[in-house]
Design a protein around this ligand. Sequence first.
Ligand code: MG
Length: 267
Amino acid sequence: MRYAILIALFGIVTACASQDLGYTDTPMLPGLPYHVHDPARPHPPLVTPASQPGGAPSDAIALFDGKDLSKWTSVTSGKPATWKVENGYFEVSPRAGDIATKEKFGDVQLHVEWATPAEVRGSSQGRGNSGIFLQGRYEVQVLDSYQNPTYADGQAGAIYGQWPPLSNAARKPGEWQTYDIVFEAPKFQGATLTKPAYLTVFLNGVLLHNRKEVMGPTVHRALAKYVPQPEEDSLVLQDHGNPVRYRNIWIRRLNSYDQGASYQEER
Ligand code: MG
């Protein structure tokens, strides 16, 4: 009798323990093969965050370690990037041309820190101009936008020529600023665009774009238009003739874990 009670108690404890890890008597989530709190739902991978805010988490790829540009090449020559590296940052060498990552990327989270020259020269698009081109095509503008009037879709944080940022959150010239960017690459089936690119951008912690649809590759004084492209391509930094500085650049690939969104897209 006592033995039977013990077995019954063990059964109750086991049932409670498994219930702690989820439920199978709950409704099915619409469009998904899972119950609410489904214990069979795959768990996301572990990522160890950086010890300091703005630092690279454990699964990030560091694109600049403060010492050299070994992860970058010159777009014009295809040879090693020659922009100046010093004191933990690198600087656009005017007229050396754009630089591109050797590694190619699709959907990413990107962290970039940048500073326009402390000594103000030029105005409008001629003042602290550079740019971050996702997949070498889609520019998030880098510009000294502190008390520097220019056209709205060309100021710092603009998706250049398409969308002004939601705010002007620019710091003063010479101060370090932070971009945190989420980029969804466009998708094609043959020559047909099946999904446009999307950009989410924060500047210094302030939201500039909330999953904004990109019209196509960046162009100047023209309408953007998608053309078929590889699924992955290089990140490019722009030489626009101004000695803009960069540091602490890291990137994370975003397609390693399926939350289930693909099931919803198929509905
Ligand atoms: Mg630019």
